[in-house]
Design a protein around this ligand. Structure first.
Ligand SMILES: [Zn+2]
Length: 119
């Protein structure tokens, strides 16, 4: 795992808080069920450095660093359809076509917290 020097301390604090149960936003069932994913774009949050950050620099347990880099969504007015289109170029290696990627994301994105209200 590659970590930047500036992020390593807060990552250590993040991990220790999680292990000692001091991070209530990281629900245990979320961590245990088939991996944590960004609740905006579906990106797997495999490493502490993948998580987004609050404005004060503390990690956000729901969203990735691309969607939620600094206490707010990167594109607050983005719709689910726009998010799907912007994700397709990054996951072409997982699908046989753009249409297959779009269909899969349209099925799964409404399950994510950010888009749950828009269905
Ligand atoms: Zn994301």
């Amino acid at each position: 795992m590659i970590q930047t020097a500036e992020g390593s301390l807060e990552i250590a604090e993040f991990l220790s808080g999680r292990l000692s149960g001091k991070a209530p936003y990281l629900k245990e069932e979320t961590m245990m069920s088939n991996g944590t994913v960004c609740q905006s774009c579906g990106m797997p949050l495999a490493n502490p450095g993948d998580f987004g950050k609050e404005a004060d620099g503390s990690p956000n347990g729901d969203y990735c660093r691309h969607c939620y880099p600094n206490g707010a969504f990167n594109s607050p007015n983005e719709t689910m359809e726009q998010m799907i289109e912007s994700c397709i170029p990054f996951c072409r290696d997982r699908y046989e076509s753009d249409a297959a990627a779009r269909a899969d994301m349209r099925e799964h994105f409404p399950l994510l917290k950010r888009w749950a209200r828009t269905t």
